[in-house]
Design a binder for this molecule. Sequence first.
Ligand code: ASN
Length: 310
Amino acid sequence: MQASVLLLKPKNLVEIIKIQTTILKSIHDFMTDRGFLQLMPVLTSTVTDPLWPDPGSTIEGTPKIKYAGRELTLTQSMILHKQVAVAMGLDKIYIMSPNIRLEKSFRKITRRHLFEFTQMDFEIKGASMDSVMSLVEDLVIYVLERVKKERAEELEKLGRDLKIPSKPFPRYTSHEMIEKYGKEWEETASKLHDTPFWVTCFKREFYDREDPERPGHYRNYDLIYPEGYGEALSGAEREWEYKRIISRITADGLDPKNFEPYLALAREGLLVPSAGAGIGIERLVWFATGAEHIGDIQPFRRVPGEEIFL
Ligand code: ASN
């Protein structure tokens, strides 16, 4: 290994990774106690999340590889696989899912973007948005309590005074956020809060369910950390009916051919109602440790626009 790589070691790396280990262990404990089954991630696929339209994403393109005479895409998120897994009879699942998202270089300065990260992605058959939001609140409180209890020494060394939020977290709509703070509301609103909060109703990817009673409104949600740390998690109830999915894909200007294996299942009526979400692991570690930049919690930084050493 080049000496320079070792010189780039983030400050307090050992304390940070100890906290990360507690976070991962407590997430597994929580999810398995609640009856979730863990799937292994997929990294190469015939379909992936288009991340379009999505106000939270600025990707340069979908990462692809050629293998055995065909083109495969690298996973941007396992949302479509989660829906298919639920259709296979796996009613409550979670996955520690690595995602590649080729975010544009300017995102280096947001402090919260990586082009390679892992999310704990879960999905529940027949769930409602309220039940998922309540589960996530329990999860976040549980994990932060374990970190505070089991890693008090490390938190003290990092100078991090971690506050445990209480349930229910405040809830706003994206329309309220835009009206109050403008289009770039995420950072400002996050800085002005001292507890995590929810923002609901975003016009984004086709798989997030449009409210059948209020067309133009969406049954999706983001969890936002306080103190300027921004988005923690995003999720939704899902579209599962072919005619809804295809009309959303077409309206978004996406090519249905790119989603054919998934669309074939929908066409046969094999997808089922579900809801879920994904919580970013590195963002949770960043928030829990109070590091300056999200790259500062990684031994091998994956920050858009930065040099990659190893
Ligand atoms: N994990 C997210 C969800 O469950 C999707 C994403 O990461 N784009 O909705």
